[in-house]
Design a protein around this ligand. Sequence first.
Ligand code: PLP
Length: 411
Amino acid sequence: MLKNIDEEVYNALLCEQKKQRDTIGLIPSENIVSRDVLKLMGSVFTNKYAEGYPGKRYYGGCRFVDEIENLAIKRACMLLGAEHANVQPHSGSQANMAAYFSVLKPGDKILAMDILAGGHLTHGLKVNFSGIFYQAVFYNVERETEEIDYDRVREIALKEKPKMIVCGASSYSRIIDFNKFYNISQEVGAYLLADIAHIAGLVVANLHPSPVHLADFVTSTTHKTLRGPRGGLVLCKKEYSNKLDNSIIPGIQGGPLMHIIAAKALAFKEAMRPDFFDYQKQIIKNCKKLCEEFKNRNYRIVSGGTDNHLFVIDLRNKRINGNEYEKLLEEVGIITNKNLIPYDPQPPSITSGLRIGTPLVTSRGMKENDMALIAEWMDDTLKNRENKKVLKDIAKKVRRFAHEFPIYPSA
Ligand code: PLP
């Protein structure tokens, strides 16, 4: 038993389990996988080395992992309507690296969303490989609307002539117009990469337009709204399939994580079920409701609202910064993350905003009326930040409430 073999690891595991059970998780990039996905991640597939691709491995004994990987590839293509899928990236970051490596050379120019506006590290940040290998230029959101101004993106693209345009974000609450990005990329002769890490589940459920028939490469994580194991995925047009596969191995990875690929195969199947569509619909309903509840309490929401699974609160009129509010909320058992607002006067370690998302709470079965309660507790927490007794009371309510929505109900 683990407890007897390694008490430290055992205790950390128990604490994490308890924390997940006792708290309300509102980090938009987190979710709760099904029990079977969880099981596959801890399965014997982890024992197998399988460098290469199905039918072309550098190791023997790959018959069953070949079956699994073929299944995962077939299902990824079906699910998202893609011509080619590579299910081996260990993470979303490696999915992006693989897509870049397929067609770019060091020094090439990429145009992507500024991380300060909601983009990701791998979209050209100076201290990330993407900013080290490539010359990154950025588009921002507009000051007034806090949304992408596609005319402005076009202007920048025409001026900068990037080799690749990257669209997709980590913190953007509005629909992304992939058609407009496609038209711009065509006009300037750039490759188009759509990173749908955050919105993949919504795209699968047709609740957000898909970039798959437009972009040369579509990258994603599998663990956010898609509700699969922690990992990455790249889709591409057939013409790039060899380049993409070679950029993963031998390019940037050795042995694929076959236990994760098995879990991806299952998660893709789960995402084909009608209840997955209902789940994604509920994520958006919950998010809009939670957002409205904050607006009703005089919180300013970046861009005025949300079309998807997340929104960002501007805390400047509440006399608290993102870092302080994140920590305060954690005290009462509500887990969120500080986030920059567009043109934030604060640095990323402080921030003026808080990013909130509903994929995880929706997986636990929470509905709109539950969002009203959560907003009330969050607001009460802020109003009573100096009152330890009130905070303790809220923490108790949060814990009791969280227990009404077990993570793995029959466990
Ligand atoms: N792309 C986007 C838009 C993301 O939000 C993220 C993760 O937050 C990633 C890529 C990277 O994924 P990972 O954390 O698996 O490397």
